[in-house]
Design a protein around this ligand. Structure first.
Ligand code: FE2
Ligand code: FE2
Length: 183
């Protein structure tokens, strides 16, 4: 493995993020809350960023492109899961069905491969019966849970990260959006 510093890793992360963000639909995730005041967009960016950072820190050999893209799209379900009358209310429990919906949307909007599909469809394991197959999917599955706990107990989660990953002022504004459902 080549020696890289954090700045280089951040640039690599940003380049993959920029690519995914080209689709305006991806930014729609900032309309929906994930946990606490954190939007689905910020949650997905955080899961991708910290999954990537952890792999680099622990020197875990991964397909970085797949890890980042799969994590960015793991919650690409595009509805408010807190709403009483959500579009999927007749299809089952959100925790179990949303990976399938995210995968359906991701396949429609992006050219995704087997590793990325596995990351998206298995990230809710053990709620989804089949365990993650790849190293990348296992890491995202674990980091997703840690990020979810962090967001639930922290109203200002990822403040530094939002400033770091947004390239333009507009992007930073979109990423840093917070929603308070308790208002
Ligand atoms: Fe999820
Ligand atoms: Fe998630």
């Amino acid at each position: 493995m080549s020696l890289r510093n954090k700045e280089v890793e951040d640039l690599i992360f940003k380049s993959y993020l920029e690519e995914v963000m080209q689709k305006k639909k991806f930014l729609k995730m900032n309309r929906y809350i994930q946990h606490g005041t954190t939007t689905c967009l910020l949650h997905s960016i955080a899961v991708a960023y910290y999954s990537y950072r952890i792999c680099n820190l622990l020197k875990i050999n991964i397909h970085e492109k797949e890890l980042i893209r799969g994590a960015l799209l793991h919650d690409y379900f595009l509805y408010d899961w807190h709403a009483k009358y959500k579009p999927t209310r007749n299809e089952g429990f959100h925790g179990r069905i949303h990976p399938r919906i995210a995968l359906f949307n991701a396949r429609k909007d992006y050219d995704i491969n087997e590793i990325e599909e596995d990351i998206i469809s298995k990230h809710m394991f053990p709620l989804t019966f089949y365990p993650p197959k790849y190293r990348e999917s296992i890491i995202v599955c674990l980091v997703d849970k840690l990020c979810s706990i962090h967001e639930t107990f922290n109203k200002h989660a990822y403040t530094k990260l939002t400033n770091k990953v947004g390239e333009t002022k507009k992007e930073r504004r979109i990423i840093s959006r917070r929603i308070n459902i308790y208002n």
